[in-house]
Design a protein around this ligand. Structure first.
Ligand code: CUA
Length: 325
């Protein structure tokens, strides 16, 4: 308690960002949010201590004693009443001012912000950049404002980067927005903070903050990232980037959809009682028209990837499935 208070006060005095009880401060917003938090915590702690001290000393000082008649209580004290109204009132106005200005700052992205589209789905994130590239991680340049335009494919998720003090719900059927400027290079954890089903806790991604120039290089190469990979590697990359892994395991474990392990070449049984050998054409049809043949025991829930994947990408995914013996 005393250690915590000392730290709080030193944080206030020094603008400390060592991240002792909070994550590191890696965005322009983080120190402002922490300042408001520590200010309110310090004020609350001081008044808690003062109130408790007065309470305890009065209990002792005015306790009932044999032979001492109780003194009459004071009915009114204008100075005291003014003091305990004006001082807390002023402190609350300071808290309100700090809170509102910080909130407005958090909700107003600068004009020159880089825009990245964020899609949440059970249970992965994907990030689409101005050049059309989609990635399972959020890559950004250091010291540049980034604006996120976010939506969900299914249920409500919430995009949370503790080191940036950034949290915003991601809602199906509408766009929510958030922005930040990262102030230190490195990798930061992205979490989902809205309970969204079985694998909510595995709905993770990274923010990768690049050094000056590094982001531009990454973005240029990302445009044809698949060209540098073998088809199987490219298929594995798409499996993660396009959210296939949310429903399909690659190790035979059960999921929303059939596991991809050993699926190629086996006799698939369908909900309507028919069956067929799982070859390339069957896999392709399952990707572009998932409802054409629904595997027995699974619901018709998969969305089509027609238009989302290029032909070469579909082939790469099929090659990856074939590699999963
Ligand atoms: Cu998405 Cu929890």
């Amino acid at each position: 308690m005393t250690g915590g208070l000392a730290y709080t006060l030193s944080s206030l005095a020094l603008g400390d960002s060592s991240g002792f009880w909070l994550p590191s401060e890696a965005s322009t917003t983080a120190p402002k949010v922490d300042w408001v938090f520590f200010f309110i915590l310090a004020v609350s702690t001081v008044f808690f201590a003062v109130t408790l001290f007065v309470l305890l000393s009065f209990i002792i000082k005015y306790r009932r004693r044999a032979g001492v008649a109780p003194s009459p209580s004071a009915a009114h004290n204008t100075k005291l009443e003014l003091a305990w109204s004006i001082i807390p009132g002023g402190l609350m106005l300071v808290m309100f001012y700090l809170g509102v200005t910080t909130y407005i700052d958090m909700r107003t992205p600068p004009e020159d912000a880089l825009e990245v589209r964020v899609t949440g789905q059970k249970w992965s994130w994907s990030f689409t950049y101005p050049n059309g590239h989609t990635d399972p991680n959020l890559h950004v340049p250091v010291n540049q404002p980034v604006r996120l335009v976010m939506t969900s494919e299914d249920v409500i998720h919430s995009f949370f980067v503790p080191d940036f003090r950034l949290k915003m719900d991601v809602v199906p059927g509408r766009y929510t927005k958030a922005w930040f400027t990262a102030t230190a290079t490195g990798d930061y954890q992205v979490l989902c903070t809205e309970y969204c089903g079985t694998k909510h806790s595995e709905m993770l991604a990274k923010v990768i903050v690049h050094e000056p120039g590094g982001f531009e290089t990454w973005l240029k190469e990302s445009g044809n990232v698949l060209a540098h990979m073998s088809p199987v590697e490219a298929g594995k990359y798409l499996y993660e980037a396009q959210g296939c892994k949310a429903c399909h395991s690659v190790d035979g474990s059960p999921g929303i959809g059939p596991s991809w392990k050993g699926v190629f070449g086996h006799q698939a049984r369908f909900a309507d009682g028919t069956s067929a050998k799982a070859d390339e054409n069957y896999l392709r049809e399952s990707i572009v028209d998932p409802q054409a043949k629904v595997v027995a025991g699974f619901g018709p829930v998969m969305p089509t990837y027609q238009g989302k994947l290029k032909d070469g990408e579909i082939t790469a995914i099929i090659d990856y499935i074939k590699s999963l013996k």
